[in-house]
Design a protein around this ligand. Structure first.
Ligand code: 6PG
Length: 452
């Protein structure tokens, strides 16, 4: 990622110097990619001294301690007003801490979310910087050049907000990425298990989806992944990939931020749990022998089903975004960041992993002070598509196919749009066993009952 980002700067005629703690790596990289705009330094002091002041230094290392270690090594060589930019997937709380620590030393710190993988880093990522507006303004001219483009051809870069805002938004981007991939995987699962479709047949269906409202980078790459032949044995590669999904942590951080800030993001959290359950392969294999799969019940002609599924996926996708956006908005409230959900949607239109047609729709319609489901055009889409999500979730339940992402997306919608939930019942029980008190519907105050 770091090397590709450096090449992207140099390709845009921005003088770039790279440094890696392993001398040979720097030398090897410059041997291949060195140019008038791209140089290497094998000595950290030399690297810092060679930069124009105020220095703009990007750190691209593993999240966590390595970021602190690099900052510590840089500090003795820096001057007032220099700017350190962490472009890794850091936890926003760490970014806030680093921001405050460096502020005391008069060093500017920007936590910048970068999305788009290796390819995006080279050809144009989506960039989500957080820090002071002033330090953002001094990096914006060069970051604008390396960013991808939105639907209108503008750079996918915007100022997100103070201190950790950029990294929180990148974390939630990844959480949404988890949620969307999970519901896509569930669609794939029904089509292969229930309709017994081969990978290229499923790819054909996804190709149709990718021409409509679901058009996205993730569907685009899913078509390639499903059509890929295995070069180690006959057949399709997907059939030989072990069903254990890994994770590096940003999905978990999204779930943690949700719990800490009291925001429901069940689709994202279920996607994290689904990966955890997938990793229990031995246990699953053992227990699958104890519980034989039930008889398949409902059968709907495939042609009809895939139309329903497309609409169900669209409703679930909107539900995922509604949850993610709510988390961003509420975290911003807690942290006193002024964020703009329209702008965030715009910079996700291009370059990033969740780039999709739906983001253009959200760019036009999202509002920072409103839940997505409250916005008339989005409500219209939900009303149109939710019956299909209900159908597909029930279909999975009846046929014993786990659909945690689709069901969570549905249940989130059902809960957040329902005036009456059974929480009165929970309050009654809590008051009974713990005198935890409750509020009433007909008068103000806190009540406790001597239950008979
Ligand atoms: C991106 C990706 C990138 C990375 C994820 C993968 O936006 O470019 O999201 O950040 O590929 O961190 O996350 P997991 O390994 O947790 O799936």
């Amino acid at each position: 990622m770091g090397t590709n980002l450096a090449r992207n700067f140099a390709n845009n005629k921005i003088r770039t110097i790279v440094y890696n703690r392993t001398k040979e790596k720097t030398i090897g990289f410059i041997r291949i990619y060195g140019s008038d705009y791209l140089e290497g330094e094998t000595n950290l002091k030399g690297f810092v001294e060679n930069l124009e002041k105020p220095r703009k230094m990007i750190i691209m290392v593993k999240a966590g301690e390595p970021v602190d270690a690099v900052i510590k090594q840089l500090l003795p060589h820096l001057d007032k007003n220099d700017i350190i930019i962490d472009c890794g997937n850091s936890n926003y709380k760490d970014t806030q801490r680093r921001f405050e620590e460096l502020k005391k030393k008069k060093i500017n710190f920007i936590g910048c979310g970068v999305s788009g993988g290796e390819e995006g880093a080279l050809n144009g990522p989506s960039l989500m910087p957080g820090g002071t507006k002033k330090s953002y303004q001094s990096i914006a001219p060069i970051f604008r050049k390396i960013a991808a483009k939105d639907f209108a051809g503008k750079p996918t870069l915007t100022y997100i907000g103070d201190n950790g805002a950029g990294h929180l938004v990148k974390t939630v981007h990844n959480g949404i990425e988890y949620g969307v991939m999970q519901i896509m995987a569930e669609a794939y699962d029904i089509l292969r298990k229930f309709y017994k479709l081969s990978p290229p047949k499923i790819a054909d269906i996804f190709e149709k989806y990718n021409k409509g409202q679901l058009r996205s980078y993730l569907f685009e790459i899913a078509i390639t992944v499903l059509n890929q032949k295995d070069d180690l044995k006959r057949g399709y590669l997907i059939n030989n990939i072990l069903d254990k999904a890994s994770q590096k942590g940003t999905g978990k951080w999204t779930a943690q931020a949700s719990l800490e800030n009291g925001v429901a993001t069940p689709s994202i959290t279920e996607a994290v749990f689904a990966r955890i359950l997938s990793s229990e392969k031995d246990r699953r294999t053992h227990m699958s022998k104890l519980y034989k799969a039930g008889k398949k019940r409902r059968k709907l002609p495939l042609k009809k089903f895939i139309k329903f599924l497309e609409k169900a996926l669209y409703a679930a996708m909107l539900s995922n975004y509604a949850q993610g956006y709510d988390l961003i908005a509420k975290t911003a409230e807690v942290e006193k960041w002024k964020i703009n959900l329209k702008e965030i949607s715009r910079i996700w239109e291009g370059g990033c992993i969740v780039r999709a047609k739906i983001l253009n729709f959200l760019h036009k319609n999202a509002s920072t002070n409103k839940h997505l489901f409250e916005i008339p055009k989005i409500a219209k889409e939900m009303k149109k598509n939710i019956p299909h999500l209900r159908f597909v979730a029930a279909f999975g339940a009846e046929n014993g196919i786990p659909l945690p992402g689709l069901s969570a997306s549905l249940n989130y919608f059902e809960s957040i749009t329902q005036e009456s939930l059974p929480a009165n019942f929970i309050q009654g029980l809590r008051d009974y066993f713990g005198a935890h008190t409750y509020e009433r519907t007909d008068r103000k105050g806190t009540y406790h009952t001597k239950w008979q």
